[in-house]
Design a protein around this ligand. Structure first.
Ligand code: ZN
Length: 226
């Protein structure tokens, strides 16, 4: 209540806190201006939109204006600066999207299968041409059943998938089990609902930034499946 301005994702990503945030005048859902036609409502999200929009860089670009507007209202003296910086941020993101499209081309289409523990990558798959198979639903809390694990092992063998991936915000137990049972290696750890540690450099990018998060995930996935 004391903050000058608050930004949150929205689309129920923040769960029950969203009801409170919606009532705070200086709090902005950064997804508010996204055309809902571009959003997915997968079955497992039980009537809600999938909130993991940051994995399609062209969708995340559409959050910039909400941030520029919110900052400009809180600090109108610098509105022009926010606008300029917002445009620069969008240009950087568009370049990142082009980089991502080029990186994916290193992988033959048949090998573009991403297997991981929760359903954070629907937009990623749509934007960059991957078939995404998540082991558990939207929640990072619920456990995968033994039947789910067995089904996944069969799928991996049938499709000769070389690698599966663990996530920074989900327990790796089920994916480790799948790796052992299927023979697919663990291709690395992906960021899903959080970025990395600020200032930690990897191949010239900072994994504590949005750009670094995207580059880390794509490089990890493409290099492991090649
Ligand atoms: Zn998530």
């Amino acid at each position: 209540m004391n903050a000058d301005v608050v930004f949150y994702v929205g689309l129920m990503l923040e769960g029950k806190i969203q009801d409170t945030l919606d009532k705070v005048e200086s709090a902005y859902a950064v997804t508010a201006k996204i055309d809902t036609k571009r959003l997915e409502k997968p079955e497992e999200f039980e009537g809600h939109f999938d909130p993991h929009i940051w994995f399609d860089v062209t969708l995340w670009v559409d959050t910039v204006d909400a941030v520029v507007d919110g900052l400009s209202k809180a600090d109108s003296a610098h509105a022009a600066d926010y606008k300029t910086n917002g445009e620069a941020a969008k240009a950087k993101m568009n370049a990142l999207h082009e980089w991502a499209l080029a990186k994916v081309k290193e992988l033959p289409e048949a090998k573009r299968i991403l297997i991981t523990s929760h359903d954070a990558y629907n937009y990623f798959g749509r934007a960059y041409g991957f078939k995404v198979v998540g082991l558990q639903g939207i929640s990072t809390v619920s456990e995968a059943s033994l039947a789910d694990v067995a089904k996944m092992v069969d799928f991996i063998k049938e499709n000769r998938v070389k690698a599966v991936f663990v996530e920074s915000s989900v327990s790796p137990a089920a994916i480790k089990r799948i790796s052992e049972d299927s023979g697919a290696v663990i291709g690395g750890e992906l960021f899903s609902d959080a970025m990395g540690e600020r200032g930690k450099m990897e191949h010239g990018y900072d994994v504590g930034t949005y750009e670094g998060m995207i580059k880390h995930n794509l490089s990890t996935i493409v290099d492991a499946l090649k």
